[in-house]
Write a protein that binds this ligand. Structure first.
Ligand SMILES: [Zn+2]
Length: 453
């Protein structure tokens, strides 16, 4: 099954005309393919100005190609805009996250700074308390020393003054008098008790001070460790905050880049749209001009016919053919007719703007009528195509077009005769298999080829 995938009203812009819904098939009988029409040169009617018309149609073909390209540009710039928009969106989300991270890192840094300050303060306090404890200890030692000295002096004085209390043991050892001995012993014990109590007190207070110093020292060391930890923590937080700041800067740069890429994509798409609108307007203008030319040609032909009739004294205005003016461009069967049909790819109803002939790729294609090659070019939809200006017939400017060709064998401006080989069947453009998509134009408007075949 050779289905021509080319059935979209949008593609009709390629010939710059409004879509004409198929008139019910003009009655091309299957057998008419081989029917040979009469002499064709006689059927050529006067043109208004073939060069001007041909120039316009060339211009139209060029516009057609330019519109295809611009539409492709627009598709691409639209896709790029979509990509740029989603990239920008992602960058913005990333930037938000980086800014949150940075805020968190800065919060932690600020807490670390405050902890560090507290620890520093505690350390200062501990150092001061240690200094005070050491001073107290030194003072206490000095006091002990002073008291020891005082005691020593008392002992020396007692000894020198013969105080029995300090004459002490030697006397006790040599005494013969029990009562005197007892009294002396009491006296000695009393002095010794006094001295001992003083020394004990001193010893206690010295030990207490040493304990206190030890405690203060330990506290200082603990605080010093905490202070070191706080400082290290501060350093870590500083590094983290700095890294977060770098990351935020990097992401901000990225977001700025994405922002400008997005703007560029928006501008590119707007430029493509603008370009396309301009081309379409131009296309419309050319199309109107072509219609105008066709109308002028029709009037001229009518005038010429009237002049000829009056010159010959005969009226021969009815030399019209109901069908059969055009030959089959390939001697084969029709696989798809002109008209609205359900599009196999786009799944919507659209105009199939020509007649499909099934034939293997490479089959020669012949001019359906004599004419001039108006255009040979590639179109994304129609593939390689040839457009012939077949002259003025039946009150219209007649054109034929041969599409999806594998190759052509004519050039723009060539005069071709009916039946000349102009190209070969192919499957270029929107086509699902080898076939010829044959089109007929009446003054620039695509019509059902069966009206003419
Ligand atoms: Zn087709």
């Amino acid at each position: 099954m050779l289905a021509c995938a080319l059935a979209t009203a949008g593609l009709l812009i390629a010939v710059g005309v409004t879509p004409a819904v198929a008139a019910e098939g003009g009655g091309g009988e299957p057998g008419s393919a081989t029917e040979q029409p009469g002499p064709h040169s006689a059927e050529q009617s006067p043109h208004t100005d073939p060069h001007e018309k041909s120039g316009l149609e060339h211009q139209q073909q060029r516009l057609d190609g330019a519109i295809d390209e611009t539409q492709a540009d627009l598709d691409q710039s639209s896709a790029e805009l979509v990509a740029a928009t989603s990239a920008l969106e992602a960058a913005r989300i990333e930037l938000d996250r980086a800014q949150e991270d940075l805020a968190e890192a800065r919060g932690e840094l600020s807490a670390a700074k405050s902890l560090d300050r507290q620890m520093q303060h505690k350390l200062h306090q501990a150092v001061r308390r240690l200094r005070e404890a050491r001073a107290a200890l030194a003072e206490s030692r000095a006091g002990v020393a002073r008291q020891e000295e005082t005691l020593g002096q008392i002992a020396v004085q007692n000894y020198q003054s013969g105080d029995p209390a300090l004459l002490g043991l030697s006397m006790v050892l040599h005494s013969q008098d029990p009562s005197g001995l007892s009294s002396q012993l009491n006296s000695v014990r009393s002095v010794m008790d006094k001295e001992s109590a003083t020394l004990d007190r001193l010893e206690v207070s010295r030990i207490l001070l040493e304990v206190q110093e030890e405690e203060v020292q330990q506290a200082r060391e603990r605080v010093a460790v905490q202070r070191e930890e706080a400082a290290a923590n501060l350093e870590r937080k500083r590094a983290l905050a700095s890294a977060a700041q770098d990351a935020e800067a990097r992401v901000a740069d990225l977001a700025a880049l994405r922002e400008s890429a997005h703007s560029a994509a928006v501008s590119a798409r707007e430029a493509d749209l603008e370009h396309l609108r301009g081309l379409q307007q131009e296309q419309l203008r050319i199309s109107e001009l072509l219609e105008q030319k066709a109308e002028e040609a029709r009037l001229l032909a009518a005038a010429a016919a009237a002049a000829a009739a009056s010159a010959q004294g005969a009226v021969d205005l009815g030399r019209r053919r109901s069908n059969g003016f055009l030959d089959f461009p390939v001697n084969t069967y029709i696989t798809s007719h002109y008209g609205m049909r359900f599009h196999p790819v786009y799944h919507r109803w659209a105009l199939h703007d020509g007649t499909d002939f099934g034939a293997p790729c490479g089959t020669p294609i012949r001019a359906a009528a004599s004419g001039t090659v108006l255009a040979t070019y590639f179109n994304a939809g129609y593939g390689n195509r040839i457009i012939l200006d077949n002259g003025f017939h039946r009150g219209v400017g007649l054109g034929t077009s041969y599409n999806h060709l594998s190759s052509d064998s004519v050039s723009v401006g060539d005069k071709v005769k009916r039946g000349d080989i102009i190209g070969y069947v192919g499957t270029t453009g929107y086509s699902t298999g080898c076939h010829l998509h044959f089109m007929v134009f009446e003054s620039g408007t695509a019509v059902d080829p069966l009206n003419w075949l």
